[in-house]
Ligand binder design. Structure first.
Ligand SMILES: Cc1cc2nc3c(=O)[nH]c(=O)nc-3n(C[C@H](O)[C@H](O)[C@H](O)COP(=O)(O)O)c2cc1C
Length: 206
């Protein structure tokens, strides 16, 4: 990692204008995914996160699926704008990482820990969010620009059919990435950080 951790976290942004150039060798992206799959936390260490990496033509096919899905539900007068956005912000990139949660692993956790069964769905979303954040930050640290998208559940069936995804895997999010062509907008804080935290205890001793 070229930046320290807090710098890398602060550097992560949403990019909506991508180019399909490979910024690093694809094997480094796969290595990053493997490292995070091996190390990210999950409730009771259930390790329910699953990821699918789509590159180049496979990646563009995903965004064709999104466009064809949207074509059927978007008013025709709005579809052209939607198409331009999808093409420029997502399809034009180099790849997409699909984030899944394995419902089979989660159901086993429900059976093994019935006391916590009601928490499992929430914890699954939380640990997937941690994985998404880590991957997003790592992609940016490699020089890619990425964004986080949610065309699920609209696209779930078509994606599962195209890439023969295990039916137990539930699609949670899509992260298109590519060489960034835009500079992210200036960060706007709804409230300054000090208005969003409380501290109890002697700060001098921290
Ligand atoms: C849980 C979550 C869901 C999000 N969903 C979307 C989304 O569906 N589409 C999108 O373009 N951005 C999505 N975002 C990105 C946020 O809009 C973005 O992170 C926020 O505006 C701050 O901008 P930044 O990422 O450049 O720091 C999501 C972010 C989070 C944390």
């Amino acid at each position: 990692m070229s930046r320290d951790f807090i710098e890398a976290v602060a550097h992560r942004r949403s990019y909506y204008h991508l180019d399909n150039r490979a910024v690093v060798d694809n094997s480094l992206v796969v290595g990053m995914m493997d490292e995070l799959l091996a190390t990210m936390p999950s409730p009771f260490n259930v390790q329910s996160a699953r990821m699918v990496l789509l590159l180049d033509e496979q990646h563009r096919e995903l965004w064709h699926i999104v466009l064809e899905t949207l074509r059927h539900i978007t008013p025709p007068e709005r579809f052209e704008r939607t198409k331009q956005k999808v093409e420029r912000a997502f399809m034009a990139g180099h790849g997409t990482i699909l984030f899944y949660e394995d419902e089979d692993a989660l159901n086993r956790m429900r059976e093994n820990f019935p006391l916590y069964a009601e928490n499992v769905a929430t914890w699954s979303e939380q640990s997937s969010g941690m994985m998404q954040f880590a991957v997003w930050t790592a992609l940016e640290d490699m020089g890619y620009g990425a964004s986080l998208q949610h065309y699920n559940p609209l696209i779930d069936k078509a994606v599962a059919a195209r890439w023969l995804i295990n039916p137990d895997w539930k699609l949670i999010a899509q992260m298109p990435f590519g060489a960034p062509l835009d500079s992210p907008a200036h960060r706007v804080a709804s409230n300054p950080p000090h208005a969003r935290r409380l501290i109890f205890g002697d700060i001098e001793k921290i």
